[in-house]
Design a protein around this ligand. Structure first.
Ligand SMILES: [Zn+2]
Length: 480
């Protein structure tokens, strides 16, 4: 055996496909992972652990155990899988703080609708034809797409749980995908359902989220259809130890709700408000004063034209709030967190430039690091998992990405965060780990039968289309 300190770490592009395949076999046969990445550029997103131009990272079990400029000696321990990671960036897995996964067998079906069109098509017409297996298909396709694009944790805002079996089906999809999921359990926005909610929350928590090995956690999710007064619902959630996520907090009515909750002391860091579009300053003050979390859905507000179409990045910054980011609906919008980061970066800087041009030369512009924080550690806070994920920190869960930074679209590597935020795409993400387990390797999802996933998604799409009398034709937009 060559002494590890004599072992040259090769850049990733000198390692052959056959060698990557051998490493995968080693990774898959480990009972408790012990994985040493060597020679990578490491972006931690944890102020306690500075980024490293070249460094090593060790995973032991489901956690990150060490990050340092040189962990050569760790390679001596039997059973360690050593990954030659020079030329790559190691970064925390991205966290999507809000996505409606069930619907995504209908991806890009309605790319040109506004909010009214989305609501009418999705919730009023299609959602009620969903069976448990359709929930499974949508969630599985979504979660695998998320993993492929570097998202290691999704808050699945599941507002089509028409029965307990519908909820069971999405937990099966989480398990089969291998992603970390926060199940934000909600009632359907419209149509019949069997009124198992919120009573079923206690069962879901016990059955799917109580084991230490579980990658799933639970939150209460609130939509516009309230089955009982909001304060009572929040009391139910808190008595079960669940965080609370409210979607579509919008305009005058949303402001009134926020102010009312604020005055009654019901806001706090266990509450996350999504969108927060066109809220009053009084509502923003209550959010800021109570450390309530905010999740932006940037492309959603802008592209679907939600209220004034302006997602409130500047309001967050004005009130000292660090927002989280989310994809929302894949039926109409982009699926990946890079689109969200770039949208926020561009929009804030565009607004700031306008202010500078108008005579306020010091008006602050956010930077690439800011939006990466929003999509990692701040999104982890918004879903209640900041102690576990959101940064590369020894002791936290090993949810991380290996990004090939010397691919043709990014070479040569000159700035790691700039490369992640502005240059990276799913194809550059060569490896994804969740809780120390490999989920994507050498550019491909691991252990998944994608033809089966395709078949399930197509079956759901065809079932829903036949139920609602819809003709799906890829070259004829729906409704034309
Ligand atoms: Zn939403």
């Amino acid at each position: 055996m060559i002494a590890p300190n004599k072992m040259r770490v090769r850049p990733y592009y000198e390692v052959s496909d056959a060698e990557w395949q051998e490493k995968l076999t080693e990774l898959e046969t480990q009972n408790s992972p012990r994985v040493l990445f060597r020679g990578a550029t490491i972006v931690t997103m944890d102020p306690e652990y500075p980024d490293l131009a070249k460094g090593d990272l060790l995973i032991e079990g489901n956690r990150i155990s060490k990050i340092s400029a040189d962990l050569t000696d760790e390679a001596l321990t039997d059973g360690t899988v050593v990954i030659e990671a020079e030329g790559t960036i190691l970064a925390p897995g991205l966290v999507d703080a809000h996505r409606h996964c069930w619907a995504n067998s209908l991806r890009r079906l309605i790319p040109d609708v506004d909010l009214a069109g989305y609501m009418a098509t999705t919730h009023t017409v299609m959602a009620s034809s969903y069976r448990p297996q359709d929930m499974y298909a949508g969630d599985l396709a979504t979660m695998l797409g998320a993993l492929d694009s570097g998202v290691t944790c999704v808050l699945d805002f599941s507002h089509n749980s028409r029965s307990a079996a519908h909820a069971d089906a999405v937990f099966a999809a989480y398990r089969d995908s291998g992603i970390r999921a926060v199940h934000a359990s909600a009632v359907p926005e419209a149509g019949d359902w069997d009124r198992h909610w919120p009573d079923d929350l206690a069962r879901l928590k016990e059955e799917y989220c109580s084991s230490p090995a579980s990658l799933s956690t639970l939150r209460m999710a609130v939509v516009s259809r309230l089955v009982k007064p909001l304060d009572e619902l929040m009391g139910d959630a808190r008595s079960l130890g669940l965080g609370i996520t409210l979607d579509a907090v919008l305009g005058p009515q949303g402001s009134e709700t926020v102010v009312d909750l604020g005055r009654r002391g019901l806001l706090g860091p266990d509450v996350t408000l999504i969108h927060c579009t066109d809220l009053t300053d009084e509502a923003w003050r209550h959010i800021a004063d109570s450390a309530t979390r905010v999740t932006l859905a940037p492309t959603s507000d802008a592209q679907l034209g939600i209220f004034d179409g302006q997602f409130p990045i500047q309001k967050c910054l004005d009130f000292g709030i660090r927002p989280s980011l989310s994809v929302d609906v894949e039926m109409s919008l982009a699926s990946d967190m890079f689109s969200q980061m770039r949208c926020v970066l561009t929009t804030q800087r565009s607004g700031a430039a306008t202010r500078r041009y108008a005579g306020d030369p010091e008006f602050p512009m956010i930077e690439t690091r800011d939006v990466l924080e929003f999509a990692t550690i701040d999104s982890a806070k918004a879903i209640g998992l900041e102690d576990q994920i959101g940064s590369l920190t020894p002791g936290k869960q090993a949810d991380l990405l290996m990004i090939q930074a010397e691919d043709i679209n990014n070479m040569p590597l000159n700035n790691a965060i700039g490369t992640i935020v502005l240059g990276t795409d799913s194809k550059n993400i060569s490896a994804v780990f969740v809780a120390g387990m490999v989920r994507k390797w050498n550019g491909r999802l691991v252990g998944q039968d994608l033809n089966n996933v395709r078949r399930l998604a197509q079956e759901t799409r065809d079932h829903v289309a036949s139920q609602v009398g819809l003709r799906v034709d890829p070259v004829v937009p729906v409704g034309r």
